[in-house]
Design a binder for this molecule. Structure first.
Ligand code: ADP
Length: 324
């Protein structure tokens, strides 16, 4: 391996810049070249490349987003698109790829490898933490902190007005953010895609909480919860059934994807970037680097894509006990 290409693809997350920095500097450390590929696979197809040295990643360890930009590329899903991308890589002398992204980006990378036998290593970057083979994805810890900070602020106004707040957080398929931030922020109830609490139990729990003397409450709801009503319908339903509650909705939205990465995410990004480049240098391909039991590990990309990252069920019990 003489020249590594690095790209960020799919949904962005805090810590991607720290990972780019790590990949670029690990290449420099081992005296190999590094090329930044802009706008993910789309930039690969268009040949949007830039040589990167250790000084081109100054002052980005603390920045959210990605300096290489991210994109969703429909063209890369076609054999013609991937062919163009391959030609561009060859022209530029790039002989290995580090893909920072989620499931979709890994699927594209694996397919590209199977067609062109091109070495690929993935770094998991998504705030949802929904990737098998790593206890933490880049950006997840930062997102948790952002959500907890936001809910703390909502709690101030909730308790001043004796209100019930439904706070919707990101997580279409996974409840990691909702569950962990919910416990961290002291939520009354947490609704996640992995577990259907049921409307009756929600009402019962809210009733109980009122009777126990709580004057305000926070319910954290993941986007993909299975209760069968969106957050606004849920507000109407609860107000219709429990008129004693004054309900408000707050949808946190894209702010969860932004911000300066936490120390945890910066350290994780640095470790994963080193492992990604050094794995390529050892001749490895089709792996995702990740964190397991606080050790940096390799998981075959295929498993990372197919496997499901399970929530920690013990946390459900902890949450229930905490809302007593
Ligand atoms: P994420 O990586 O965050 O899951 P996406 O699912 O949007 O994000 O995937 C990012 C990009 O990866 C897509 O825009 C596309 O270019 C590429 N990709 C995703 N799935 C495939 C696929 N089945 N074949 C080829 N490329 C894919």
């Amino acid at each position: 391996i003489k020249k590594v290409g690095v790209l960020t693809s799919g949904g962005d997350s805090p810590g991607m810049n720290a990972a780019i920095r790590s990949v670029v500097r690990t290449c420099a450390y081992h005296n190999i070249e590094c090329i930044g590929i802009y706008r993910g696979y789309q930039g690969m197809i268009e040949g949007d490349f830039k040589e990167m040295g250790p000084r081109s990643v100054n002052n980005i360890v603390n920045k959210g987003g990605t300096i290489l930009k991210s994109a969703r590329s429909l063209e890369f899903k076609t054999p013609e698109g991937r062919k163009k991308a391959h030609e561009n890589l060859l022209k530029a002398g790039i002989d290995a790829l580090v893909v920072i992204g989620g499931d979709g980006s890994f699927t594209g990378g694996l397919l590209f490898n199977s067609e062109y036998n091109f070495p690929v290593i993935g770094i998991p970057g998504t705030i949802d933490n929904d990737i098998f083979g790593t206890s933490h994805t880049l950006g997840y810890d930062t997102a948790l902190n952002t959500v907890v900070e936001s809910i703390d602020k909502i709690r101030d106004t909730a308790s001043s007005h004796n209100r019930l707040f439904f706070v919707e957080v990101m997580g279409r398929d996974a409840g990691h953010i909702a569950l962990n931030a919910g416990i961290g922020a002291g939520a009354e109830e947490i609704l996640i895609p992995e577990e259907d609490l049921g409307l009756d139990r929600l009402l019962e729990s809210l009733q109980k909480s009122k009777a126990s003397g709580k004057s305000s409450s926070i319910v954290v709801i993941a986007e993909g919860d299975k209760i069968g009503k969106n957050v606004f319908e849920l507000k109407d339903y609860v107000e219709a059934n429990l008129p004693e509650y004054d309900v408000r909705v707050s949808v946190l939205g894209h702010m969860q994807r932004g911000g300066s990465p936490s120390c945890f995410d910066r350290v994780l990004a640095s470790r994963l970037g080193v492992k990604a480049v050094e794995s390529l240098l050892e001749g490895k391909s089709n792996y995702m680097v990740g964190l397991q039991n606080d050790k940096v590990t390799l998981t075959p990309l295929e498993q990372a894509i197919k496997g499901k990252s399970e929530i920690d069920r013990e946390l459900l019990r902890v949450s229930e006990i905490m809302s007593t």
